[in-house]
Ligand binder design. Structure first.
Ligand code: CU
Length: 371
């Protein structure tokens, strides 16, 4: 994410030994409504243009225009929506489920999801693109019980194939997120994307640098994703959903039995859902790290609209600032040192004015062993 700092405090680094190539896995979902945007533009007297945008034109600040959505969308025909529900990968009628055993208890429903394209799906323009063929994906989730996660007790739909309604497994490569009855629109107007990466590096000097270790914890069990149920009464304006889970440092380091010194903590969560992500020492109830994403407002003129191309896109997170520890002389707080027996608690708060799918709750930590 453009505004999110990815680095290490002075004296630490992540060594990469003479790389020759990199592999990236960009994840794009085209949710742009070409027609409404054009109509809006002509009503406003035109103006603005954006490179790489087949229809030209830009949607001014704070205007969101949904494109077609499947029936399973949680924002379909609702007021006050400022983002496309497609970005949360709703399962559509193009996808069928095959459950291995319908009689198993909740949380054990496994099997597969099969995507079937339409005959008139895009065949690819300019040598790229093209639709997915029949695609089958296995579903194996293992939501953990308390205290690791509330997901089983809450019967979170992501824990079981029978209740799964959206998320990564309904977002295969080149699939359409529309229903079987809906043709893929604007096939003559493909979008062209450009990606820019900036990689900051230094020569690794073992006299000056220590190599960091990466640890992760999903906080949920084997799915890193979960559903955020819509709040019962959105008119109250207080729609927040909280989920939490606990684990030990030793579990996180795969039973190393060693204390850790944390240097960087990134909580992985999604716009427009994520409100805050907190890591606590469950033994002392002390907050170790609290992350609050920064959201775009859509303000700022051409290019800053909900389909804009700058950092202020409406309802998108422009930054999720990580927790970062280091040397006091650099203005940083001292790194927390945690023994292997330390219990950690993750507390994640989401906006649930609308329901969400595929939201993620995962911590990524970088640090060193402290023994
Ligand atoms: Cu994610």
């Amino acid at each position: 994410m453009r505004g999110t700092w990815h680095g290490f405090p002075s004296g630490y680094g992540q060594p990469v030994d003479s790389p020759r190539s990199i592999q990236i896995e960009p994840f794009f979902i085209d949710s742009w409504n070409r027609d409404n945007t054009r109509q809006y533009r002509s009503q406003q007297g035109g103006g603005g243009s954006r490179a790489g945008n087949a229809a030209g034109g830009s949607v001014p600040s704070a205007v969101f225009m949904p494109g077609p959505l499947p029936q399973s969308s949680q924002t379909l025909n609702k007021d006050g929506v400022t983002y496309s529900d497609l970005m949360e990968c709703p399962c559509t009628t193009r996808i069928s489920k095959s459950v291995v055993d319908e009689s198993v208890p909740f949380g054990q429903g496994t099997g597969s999801l099969t995507y079937t394209p339409r005959d008139d799906d895009p065949v690819g323009v300019g040598g790229g693109g093209g639709a997915a063929g029949v695609t089958k994906l296995g579903f194996y989730k293992n939501c953990k019980p308390q205290p690791y996660s509330q997901m089983l007790d809450d019967k979170n739909p992501s824990c079981d194939l029978r209740s799964y309604v959206g998320g990564m497994l309904c977002c295969g490569h080149k699939v359409s997120l529309l229903d079987a009855e809906q043709a893929v629109p604007w096939q003559d107007q493909p979008l062209t994307y450009s990606l820019k990466f900036r990689i900051w590096y230094k020569r690794f000097d073992s006299a000056k640098h220590s190599a960091v270790v990466k640890w992760g914890w999903s906080g949920l069990g084997s799915p890193t994703e979960y559903d955020v149920p819509a709040c019962a009464n959105p008119s109250t304006g207080q729609c927040e959903h909280t989920t939490s889970g606990e684990w030990t440092v030793d579990e996180m380091t795969k039973g190393s039995g060693r204390p850790v010194k944390l240097l960087v903590a990134h909580g992985h969560c999604h716009a427009p859902t994520c409100l805050s992500f907190e890591l606590q020492n469950a033994d002392t109830a002390k907050v170790i790290c609290r992350q609050v994403p920064e959201y775009g407002t859509g303000a700022g003129g051409a290019g800053a609209g909900s389909n804009g191309n700058d950092d202020n896109t409406l309802s998108f997170a422009s930054s999720i600032p990580p927790c970062f520890w280091g040397d006091e002389s650099h203005g940083l707080l001292p790194p927390p040192v945690l023994g292997p027996g330390t219990r950690l608690r993750s507390v994640k708060v989401c906006n649930n004015t609308f329901g969400h799918r595929g939201e993620m709750s995962a911590w990524q930590f970088y640090g060193v062993y402290a023994d």
